[in-house]
Structures are given as structure tokens and as C-alpha cells.
Ligand binder design. Sequence first.
Ligand SMILES: CC(C)(COP(=O)(O)OP(=O)(O)OC[C@H]1O[C@@H](n2cnc3c(N)ncnc32)[C@H](O)[C@@H]1OP(=O)(O)O)[C@@H](O)C(=O)NCCC(=O)NCCS
Length: 243
Amino acid sequence: MANPQLHLLELNAKTGEVFLRLRKFPNIILTPPRWEDEPLLIPYLNDPRVCDWLSGPPYPYTLQDSKDFLARIKPPADEVIQHLKDADPAAAPIIVGECPVWSIREVRGSEEVFLGGISIIRCENGELMGPNGVDWENKKKREEENNALAVGDPSIIWTIGDWLAPSHHGRGIMTDVIRTLLNDWAVPRMGVRHVWATAFTGNEGSVKVFLKNGFKLVTTHENHVVVKGKMRGLHLLEWQYEG
Ligand SMILES: CC(C)(COP(=O)(O)OP(=O)(O)OC[C@H]1O[C@@H](n2cnc3c(N)ncnc32)[C@H](O)[C@@H]1OP(=O)(O)O)[C@@H](O)C(=O)NCCC(=O)NCCS
């Protein structure tokens, strides 16, 4: 029997790897990041249909960037899986501070084709967390305060980052990824109750994905930040758990 502490993750019978299966697209799964993903990120994160809408990944995106990224996200994902496996299987499922899955993969027969990434992490828009609108001066301090809140604290502000291979855009996949991740992992297993999502102005697809998942558009800041040499406006969307 599967370890109840892994609840709502499934186990790959062949490899023992955990995964989360999408609700509407059961052939698409979310798995932990794998080292073999390193070269697979590169074409997508250099494709303007993807990278123009992301603030995090550098451009041009190199193999070294990919190695650095996976070296940063893989250990915490592996640690949280181990932590879950080590927890008392007879106790109620524990609340954890990290999401163990990141890679979006399509199962095609015996193959699992890499399609993109999804993350839920503590919010990195501290400039928007103060009481008086945009406040760049206290950005770091606000993020540190949010990061200092204990695992499971319902007042933590989380954020979601996502991208998908252009070959699969517009099929409803990311809407399902976020619905599944929120409801089948983040809420029950991380205690997530409050999420901010941001999207550059003009990113209609991303805004729609969040709206379809119950997020509300809070504000739009024109000329908010320079990213990769270009001034960008930012939509802020918010989701709160309603029980
Ligand atoms: C934004 C992104 C994640 C959307 O993923 P997706 O799987 O294509 O989105 P979905 O198919 O679930 O679309 C949800 C809705 O948005 C619409 N939509 C998707 N892309 C759109 C676009 N470029 N313009 C307008 N509407 C769009 C869909 O038609 C759908 O609406 P409907 O249900 O009324 O038909 C994907 O386009 C992507 O990876 N973009 C590049 C990276 C990115 O922008 N990441 C988000 C950063 S904030």
C-alpha cells in the first residue's frame, strides 16, 4: 500500500518516482525535476513565445543556466519527498513547506515527454506587499517577513510561476495544471491559503488561466519594472482559499 504521507501523489510503479496526475488530462503528469531535464529547458527558454513572458530565466538561456536552475530546485524537491516518506505513516498527513513536483510531462506509451514547468513558492513581489501601494524601498524586508512565516502559516503569500511548450498552448493544459496543483497539493499538503499571481501586461493567456482558477484581478501597474532591458507593466491577481 502507498505511504499515506504521500497522499495525493502517486508512485510510478517502475521507477518509484512520485507524481501528480492532472484532473482533466490524465495523460499529463507533474513530476519532480530530473537532471535529464537540463538540456530540455534550453529551446523553450530561448523561444520568444515563452521567454518574453517570464521575468526569472535569463536570456539567452544557456546549458549552464539550466544546470544552475536544476541544482537550485531539485534538492529541496528531493528533500521534501524524503521528509514525507520518513513521516509516521499512521499519523495525519503532515504539512510541508515545498512542492515536490515541478516538471510537466505528457505520457505517450512508455515515454514521458517534457512539456514545461510549474512552481509554487513564497511570493517574490515584496514591493507590492506594503500597505501603501508599490514600495521598492522595503521590497526585501517584506519578502523576508513573508519567508520567515512558519510552514503551514495561512498568512503566507505564495506565488505561482508557469510555462508550457508552445506546441501545447491553448488546449486548456495550464488551466488544469494550476487547478490540480492548487487543489491536490498546495491547499491540502502545504496549507496554501493565499496566492498572488503576476503576469506582464499583454499576457492574455496567463491572465485567463488564473481567472479560470478563481483568481481575481487586483491591480495593473503600468511601467512597473525593467526586465531584460525592457520596461514591463504588471497585472496582479489574487486567490484566497474559501474553505
Ligand atoms: C500562459 C500559458 C501558461 C497558458 O497556458 P495554456 O495551456 O496555453 O492555457 P490554456 O489553454 O489553459 O488557456 C486558458 C484560456 O486562455 C486562453 N488563451 C491561452 N493562450 C492565449 C493567448 N495567447 N491569448 C489569448 N487567450 C489565450 C485560452 O483560449 C483559454 O481560454 P478559453 O478557456 O476561453 O478557451 C502559456 O501560453 C505559456 O506558457 N506562455 C508562455 C509563458 C508564460 O506566459 N507564463 C506565464 C507567466 S505569468
